[in-house]
Design a protein. Structure first.
Length: 357
């Protein structure tokens, strides 16, 4: 197995599942967490290791170390494994997704951006999503005719804040996620609801539902609903642990033992659902446009990449993320890629315009 992003939370959970089921680890790919990577190398004995930067290569305890984006692509190409877990963060994950599919390997995909920016150009049949919401939708389908799909959102760090204080919130505030311990970018995306826009687009490409939306469920126990054509609705409920979708992806759905501790329904005192308010989450107003024109996910991703980075580096306030993204949509809102090459061209054009303005 090839694990891209082995030191992140998805990567670490993937390695736990691999250990449980005696799955060999051929390639480990990490960013800059050399200390944890070296522990993983000692335990899993991969044939190839990739680190994010050239200056870190000498610190990695392995005889075959590649580095950077080209190193990731070379490792995928050289590997004999038939499955790749892509848990990389951001646009960086797209080329490894393309390389995996080009090599005819199965792709267990946690890199949201691959589908958000290029879903129109990917072979969806080769992709297994390892995201709790999309796994929940898949789990519920069973070949029946669907009327509507709904995924849930935690609401992020500001779900209970006074709205008037959110605009000026700092990165320290945004990174206090009430439910999860995740990377900085995805935690900010959760607070802005960009993460849920991404997941709406992922569901659009994966399942092509007639209707797809989202609702806030603060406990994060209910992951998805499917409303069927007969008028019935089914929910997927499980603990807040990514090992379940990972296990199904790695074992081709052949799960015959317990992965998670079941939720004790009798001890759930209250499950609450809230609509996603545009007053609290201004970017949610883009949802219908993105569903109608899903290729515009590229615009959202390119702009969000830059502005979240600026926010995390204390250059803009939280409220300016959405303000600036709306400005990018005003400038580039009619742009839609017609090929993979155009995805990269448009991404460069948008980011160049933002930096120069």
């Amino acid at each position: 197995m090839v694990v891209l992003g082995s030191t992140g939370s998805i990567g670490q959970n993937s390695l736990e599942i691999a250990e449980k089921y005696n799955i060999d680890i051929e390639v480990l790919v990490a960013g800059s967490n050399v200390k944890l990577l070296n522990k993983q190398i000692k335990k899993f004995l991969p044939k190839i290791v990739v680190i994010g930067r050239k200056d870190l290569v000498s610190k990695v305890n392995h005889s075959k170390v590649f580095w950077g984006e080209n190193g990731i692509l070379d490792a995928i190409e050289e590997s004999k494994s038939d499955i790749v877990i892509n848990a990389l963060v951001g646009f960086t994950g797209l080329k490894p997704t393309l390389k995996t599919l080009e090599m005819g390997k199965k792709l267990a995909l946690a890199n949201k951006e691959s589908l958000v920016v290029a879903g129109a150009f990917l072979d969806i049949s080769k992709i297994k999503p390892i995201d709790s919401e999309h796994f929940g939708l898949w789990y519920l389908l069973n070949g029946r005719e669907v009327e509507e799909m709904t995924i849930t959102a935690s609401g992020g760090a500001f779900r209970d804040w006074d709205i008037k204080n959110i605009y000026s919130a700092t990165s320290k505030d945004a990174l206090k996620h009430p439910n999860w311990s995740m990377g900085n970018k995805i935690t900010v995306d959760s607070a802005s609801m960009v993460n849920k826009l991404f997941e709406i687009l992922e569901a659009k490409w994966l399942f092509n539902p007639k209707t797809i939306s989202a609702i806030i469920e603060p406990s994060s126990i209910v992951h998805a609903f499917v409303q069927f054509i007969d008028g019935s609705t089914t929910a997927h409920i499980s603990g807040t642990d990514m090992k379940l979708p990972i296990a199904f992806a790695l074992l081709d759905n052949n799960i015959k033992d317990r992965i998670l501790t079941p939720v004790d329904i009798s001890k759930i005192s209250n499950i609450e659902f809230r609509d996603i308010s545009i007053d609290r989450y201004p970017l949610w107003s883009l949802k219908n446009e993105l569903i109608k024109y899903p290729k515009k996910g590229l615009i959202l991703n390119s702009a969000n990449d830059i502005f979240v980075d600026q926010f995390l580096n204390h250059k803009i306030s939280f409220g300016q993320i959405s303000e600036n993204i709306f400005k990018v949509f005003e400038k580039f809102g009619t742009v839609q890629p017609d090929s993979i090459d155009e995805v990269f061209e448009i991404d460069r054009e948008i980011k160049s315009w933002i930096i120069s303005n």
